[in-house]
Design a protein around this ligand. Structure first.
Ligand code: FCB
Length: 459
């Protein structure tokens, strides 16, 4: 048995990571242009100036996506390309790039799923305090309107924000992502409140102005936990921990972001933890943030292990030395794609779409001229097997977007880590499909039928 009818097989990318052409077509600098130019911030001073050069290679890239047989492509729109001043006038040249990209995808039978914000805020808005500015939700609504007015005759799937946990947590709290700030907890939570309001306003704008019925979601990430065993007490412990706002690493959680969006209020444990640092949130604010959503998009790469300790209290289970991990040092934990969709659907009661999942490695051209990446094939086989198991157990999963169609600018890691199904020669711009590209094409062609076989256990 394969995946359900209509299951979307996709690949994903994001504007700053692939487009390049940073100073072309009227695009203004984003926070990532400024951050990557700050010495010591990105591996070996890499920037997205050129990246994969996708801005100039629409036909080639769409050919690779369509060549997989993919039915969906998750791409993001660069705010500074579309609205170089952050607000006000839109830039025709920027919008026309997305017009052409979307038309090329549709002509090849690939449905574009558009993320409005994948971290590239116009730098001029950051100079006005970015998400800390109470006007920021309005800026985002204005930008959304320009995009929707132009593209919603063809786009029906929208994401507002990609991983607010990361652009707020790493960007404003830890300073390791753009714009590289280390604000107080109170300030970060205020900026978070504004980003959540931006999500709400943006969803309202899409519903009000879209020319076609729209499906709207978000693409969060969070501190997902897998139970150390199938024992009900361990499952309960993992569920409880997954939905807790932790003291340490408090920006990295699901509920502080998703509860307001989908349940209309901040979670109690977070309010207790943050005390006076929590933002003042009027009822009207909460109504704005709480917009109807059509699916729960989520990026899942790994999870921690949790069990119910002797006293029944959730306990993190340390992995033994030598456990399998990716080049990002993220544990390989395939059942994250089982427990994640299951827990998240139970809590938020929406169909689930996996908006990102993939493996970081350091591939190179092998002696035979090909790029062999058996680790990626094994990783994706194991994760997709678990996703299938979730579907077999009744979880409503509508699609899967592999990260990423091609190697690209991996934020603070620069070009050191490769996530692609297609290898990028950054010197020449040549794209070379890896073994995993051909493998994924056959998985898609069989609608995942080959994934039924149970893989040998990891150890
Ligand atoms: C996610 C980001 C995405 C990509 C992957 C590896 O956090 O959303 O842009 O970099 O990680």
């Amino acid at each position: 048995m394969g995946m359900p009818d209509g299951f979307v097989w996709g690949v994903a990318s994001a504007s700053y990571q692939v487009e390049g052409a940073a100073a072309e077509g009227g695009r203004s600098p984003s926070v990532w242009d400024e951050f990557s130019r700050t010495p010591g911030k990105v591996f070996e001073g890499h920037t997205g100036d050129v990246a994969c050069g996708s801005y100039h290679r629409i036909d080639e890239d769409v050919g690779l996506i369509a060549g997989l047989g993919a039915t969906g492509y998750r791409l993001s729109i660069a705010w500074p390309r579309v609205m170089p001043d952050g607000t006000g006038a839109f830039n025709e040249e920027g919008l026309s790039y997305y017009d052409r990209l979307i038309d090329a995808l549709l002509a090849r039978g690939v449905d574009p799923w558009v993320t409005l914000y994948h971290w590239d805020m116009p730098a001029c808005l950051q100079h006005r305090d970015g998400w800390l500015n109470p006007e920021s939700p309005k800026w985002f609504a204005e930008y959304t309107a320009a995009v929707v007015d132009r593209l919603s005759d063809r786009i029906t799937h929208w994401f507002t924000l990609n991983e607010p946990q990361i652009f707020l947590g790493l960007g404003l709290n830890e300073g390791t992502h753009a714009p590289g700030l280390k604000l107080t907890r109170k300030q970060v939570l205020l900026a978070t409140h504004h980003a959540l309001l931006a999500h709400g306003h943006s969803a309202q704008v899409i519903r009000a102005r879209a020319k076609k019925p729209s499906q709207i979601g978000c693409a969060p990430v969070g501190n997902l936990k897998s139970p150390a065993s199938d024992a009900p007490a361990d499952v309960e412990a993992a569920r409880a921990e997954t939905f807790r706002v932790p003291e340490k690493g408090w920006t990295f959680n699901y509920t502080w972001y998703c509860d307001p969006m989908l349940r209309g209020h901040y979670p109690e444990d977070g309010l207790r933890l943050f005390g006076d640092d929590a933002p003042e949130a009027s009822e009207e604010d909460m109504r704005t943030i709480h917009q109807p959503m059509d699916f729960f998009g989520v990026n899942i790469y790994s999870s921690d292990l949790v069990d119910a300790g002797p006293d029944g209290q959730p306990r993190t289970v340390q992995r033994g030395p030598g456990y399998p991990m990716t080049m990002f040092r993220w544990p390989v934990q395939p059942d994250a794609l089982y427990w994640g969709p299951r827990f998240l659907q139970e809590r938020y009661k929406l169909p689930v779409v996996i908006t990102e999942n993939g493996l970081a490695s350091m591939d190179w051209v092998h002696a035979d001229g090909k790029i062999h990446d058996p680790g990626r094939i094994d990783f994706l086989t194991r994760y997709l097997h678990q996703l299938r198991r979730a579907i077999d157990d009744g979880v409503d999963v509508r699609g899967y977007f592999q990260w990423s169609i091609m190697d690209n600018f991996e934020w603070a890691e620069g070009y050191a880590l490769r996530f692609g199904l297609v290898y990028m020669d950054y010197q020449t711009g040549e794209r070379i499909p890896k073994d995993s590209y051909h493998w994924y094409r056959s998985v898609i062609a069989s609608n995942g039928r080959d994934l039924a076989q149970t893989p040998a256990p990891l150890r």
